[in-house]
Structure formats: C-alpha cells, structure tokens
Design a protein around this ligand. Structure first.
Ligand code: GLN
Length: 487
C-alpha cells in the first residue's frame, strides 16, 4: 500500500489491528521517509531504526497469535528529546547532556508502548525547552516543512516539523509556556497541551516544574483524543498528577456548535497581531458563529502581565532545576580543572548555551535574598490574579479563543539577537500555562505566501473534552488541516 505516511494514527492503528497492514511495513515506510527527507529539515536527532522494526515485528507476532492489540498498535511515534527512555540517549537539546543515557523510562513513553505504539525517534528542541524557534538547540536548528527558510517554532519544533512533513503521524512534545501549541501553529498541525497534572511528568526533564506539561502533536483532533486516552491518568511517580476522570473524548460527530458559548478576550485578539493572523482569526470566528456558536466578547484584565509573570517564574524555577547539572552527576564534565568549584564552573559554562545561561542568571537574581519578594514573590501573586480572571470569564462562556501566535513562521536567524522579540511570541500561550488550563492549537488558515496560521482554544481545568469536541467540529467544517507541506 502506498501513502501510509499520509494516514492518521487512528487509521494506521485500525489497519494494523485488523491485519490489513503489517506494523513492520508501517514503520519501514516512515523510517525510509525520514532517511530520505529529514536531512533537509532536521526534525529528528536520531531514530531507532532496526530496534523500531523489531518492536513492530513483536506487534505483528502478537496479532498472528490472536492477542488483543492496544489502541495504538503499530503506530510510529516520535518524542521530544526531553523525555527519557531507558538505555537511550536523551540530551534535552543540550551539550550538557551529550551522550547521557537514561536509567529509566518516562511514564508517558511507557504508556505509549503499553498501548502498542512503536517508538520511532527523538526530535530536536530548544535547549531544555527554552525558546520559541528551535534555534537554541545545541544540535543545530530545525527547518519549517512549509518554508525551509523559516523556523518551525519551538521549543517542540522538531516534533511539529516531523508531523507536518509526515515523518510520523503523532509526536510528543512538552509545553511550559506554549512549546506544543506555538510550533503546532507555525507548522500547520494540531497541538494539545493538557491541563497541568493530567499527564504524568515523570521522566520529563524539568524546565519549570509548576508549568511543565507533556503534550502531543498530530494532523487531526481525533488523533490527539486517541493519544490523551492512553496518556492521561494518575501516576504514583508524579505527585502532581491528577486522578480526575477523563470525560467522554469520543468525537460525537455533531455538525454544529449550537449552545456553545465561545469567549473572545479582546486583549488576546487584536493588539500586536500580524494582519494576516488577525484576519484568519476573524474568519474563524465568523465560521464558528455560522455553526451556531454564541460569540461572547470578554476581558482578562490582568493578562497584560502574563509575559513578565511567566518569564520570572519560569526562569526562577529553571535556575533551581538546572542547578543539578554540576559536571559531577550528569553528562558533560570539562577536563583540566584543578579544583572542584572550577570544574563545576567550567562544565556549566561550556555545557549550557547562551540563552540557558542568561535565564539561569536572571532566575537566580529573581530568587536572591532581598529581591525574592520583589520578583518571584510578586510574580506568583500576579499568577493568582490571572487565575481569578480566568475563573471569572469562564462564568460567562464555555471556552476561550485567540490566535495561538501573534506571528506566522519567521525567517531563521531573524529574532535570535533579540530575546524580547522572541519572548513576545509567547504572549498568547503563556496565560493558559500560568493558570494550568488545557489548550489546543489547530490550523485556521495560511498567509498569502503559504505559511500556516493557528487558532488557540482554552478551556477550564480538566475540560479537555470540551476542547477536543469543539475543535473537532471546526476541523470537520473547514479544510485548513487538509493542506500538506509535502506530498
Ligand atoms: N518559549 C517559551 C520559553 O522559552 C515556552 C517554552 C516552553 O513551553 N517550553 O520559555
């Protein structure tokens, strides 16, 4: 069968489970495609080659024996380089972890393999998740499959590019302040950041622990629902994981949105948007109204403080999390030092990239005696006010809508020297992160020169069902998601 690579995860699992297609052939076709195309995009840092084929053979053998195959049987899945897999290299996009092999496996990867998925390969990312373009990877940037001169977004840029180029049907990412949603938007795919705690963080290399979420990217909403059913749930190894039941995620195939109240906060839907992003969002709002949804104009008064609040908290937590990389226990140790302290200094100066060092310094400052209340303390209080804004607005509407990113994919190199311009890319995604809300990005149009534009949905905590249902209706009633970057 040709064109296996264009099929969804849902379709591939159905074919493998019914025996119409062998898992080996599915995996083989993706591996061939990665070998042929990925040198141009660098979405992957490596793939598991023969070991992925051996895992596929195990699925085919189990089927031949009549065993009950899992819901992701034979589906090849890529994962971001900050999720650890026992015995395999995990570097979090950093020289600091060059060659590090993990002694254990992340819960989210374990749940995938238990569901029959095949782990295909590791995708590129900004170092430790810090960035919005994947240009902060120590292993070189990833290119956007729609426009190779442009960035794929970040920090899960490798996962987004891999799905957009049909090098895999589904990829895992992590989202601390937008790192699943923003690259999904810039690469024209669907990306889900679940509620904080919905998916175990055990085995996710920490960036900012009170914000980090494991998420996924795919080319359809249905595939993300399939993934979430497998991935969600409490995990004894992650005390912040939640045991809340997952309400019906089956798409109910309704064709309209009558009775759904969609809030449009003006602060996230106008100021600072590129014209074509604003126009596509407006067209989406008109289409949603046409489907019967009630559009509610609303306000999140404190959202203007979201970017500084996010960066103060994220940098403070990062400075604390990254203190463990001392050249003793993990990864790179620089040689030639005469004293212990010197060894740590040299290892950290050589092992971390410039952006990471900048954030460690700012985060440490924000936590230092005399300044902690002024910076980190104030940011945590503003975070509470922002949560209160969301609670208030969810009294008037069921979901919120905005563009995912104020800008479409930008040229490689165009923002690297301006950290503030890069941070402003996150203005629309960090609010949901600070409040722990589930949020989803889906394609809603293209610029005239063919760069994708993404629409963001936000729902109350643990209401992924609402996000997926409404996004599924929008997807079925529009054709933006059907365009492909590569045949
Ligand atoms: N771009 C944001 C940052 O650099 C978000 C990153 C993320 O979600 N991991 O912090």
């Amino acid at each position: 069968m040709t064109d296996l690579h264009q099929l969804s995860a849902t379709a591939l699992a159905r074919l493998v489970r019914s025996g119409e297609v062998r898992a080996r052939d599915v995996v083989r076709s993706f591996l061939d495609r990665i070998d042929r195309l990925d040198p141009d995009y660098h979405a992957f840092l490596d793939h598991r080659g023969g070991r992925a084929l051996a895992d596929a053979d195990a699925v085919d053998t189990a089927r031949a024996r009549g065993a009950d195959l899992g819901p992701l049987a034979g589906v090849p899945i890529a994962w971001k380089d900050n999720l650890v897999l026992r015995g395999e290299v995990t570097s979090a996009g950093s020289r600091m972890l060059d060659g590090f092999r993990s002694p254990y496996t992340a819960t989210c990867l374990q749940r995938l393999t238990a569901a029959g998925a095949i782990l295909l390969g590791r995708t590129n990312m900004d170092e430790f998740g810090m960035g919005s373009s994947t240009e902060n990877s120590a292993y070189g940037p990833t290119r956007n499959p729609w426009r190779p001169d442009c960035v794929p977004g970040g920090s899960s840029g490798g996962s987004a590019a891999a799905v957009a180029a049909a090098l895999c049907p589904l990829a895992l990412g992590s989202d601390t302040g937008g790192s699943v949603r923003q690259p999904a938007a810039l690469c024209g795919v669907v990306g889900l950041k679940p509620s904080y705690g919905r998916v175990s963080r055990f085995g996710l290399i920490a960036y900012a622990s009170s914000l980090d979420c494991v998420g996924a990217l795919a080319r359809s909403v249905e595939d993300l629902a399939l993934w979430l059913r497998v991935a969600a749930g409490v995990d004894d190894a992650d005390p912040t994981s939640v045991a809340a039941p997952l309400p019906g995620l089956e798409p109910d195939h309704r064709d309209d949105l009558r009775g759904v109240r969609i809030g449009v906060p003006w602060e996230l839907n106008g100021p600072g948007l590129e014209d074509e992003v604003a126009a596509s969002t407006q067209a989406a709002i008109d289409a949603l109204r046409g489907l019967g949804a009630e559009i509610v104009e609303c306000s999140l008064p404190r959202v203007a403080y979201a970017v500084p609040t996010y960066y103060l908290i994220a940098m403070a937590e990062a400075a604390s999390n990254l203190a463990r990389y001392d050249g003793v226990r993990y990864g790179a140790r620089s040689s030639g030092a005469r004293r212990c302290e010197e060894m740590t200094t040299v290892s950290r100066s050589r092992g971390f990239g410039v952006e990471t060092q900048l954030r460690i310094l700012l985060g440490t400052f924000g936590l230092s005696i005399g300044y902690q209340q002024e910076y980190y303390g104030k940011a945590t209080r503003v975070r509470e006010l922002l949560r209160a804004d969301f609670r208030q607005v969810f009294g008037q509407c069921d979901l919120l809508l905005s563009p995912t990113s104020p800008v479409a994919a930008f040229p490689l190199g165009s923002r690297v020297d301006d950290p503030l311009a890069m941070y402003l890319c996150d203005a629309l995604t960090v609010p949901a992160s600070l409040a722990g809300l589930p949020a989803l990005s889906q394609p809603c149009g293209f610029t005239t020169d063919g760069r994708p534009i993404g629409l963001q949905w936000m729902a109350p905590p643990l209401r992924e069902d609402l996000l997926l249902q409404v996004a599924h209706v929008f997807e079925r009633q529009t054709d933006h998601h059907q365009r492909r970057a590569l045949s």
